[in-house]
Design a protein around this ligand. Structure first.
Ligand SMILES: [Zn+2]
Length: 93
């Protein structure tokens, strides 16, 4: 295999799926492999354990977060939406 300059980890897809999709996959993969700051002990040791699961190797805290990063803007807007739906249900019953 040749070098995968520019396309990074998505070089394995070759020319398949189109460059826009490969670019997005690459961003996601780089995000999911990055180490984030733990919200409990504030040390940069938060690592992705599985889909939506993040674990801090310092304090052992396990938390649910975004699938690819601990906090996503999508996650925040979903939380808002769910809260609003829950409030709407309260009013209905
Ligand atoms: Zn921690």
């Amino acid at each position: 295999m040749g070098k995968t300059k520019k396309v990074g980890s998505t070089g394995r897809f070759g020319a398949r799926y189109g460059s826009t999709i490969r670019k997005r996959v690459r961003q996601i993969e780089e995000k999911s492999k990055a180490v984030y700051k733990c919200p409990v002990c504030s040390v940069k040791t938060l690592k992705r354990e599985g889909l939506g699961i993040w674990e801090c190797s310092k304090c052992g805290e396990k938390l649910a977060g975004g699938a690819w990063e601990p906090n996503t803007s999508a996650g925040r807007s979903i939380t808002r939406r769910v809260t609003r739906i829950a409030e709407g249900l309260k009013e209905e019953f």
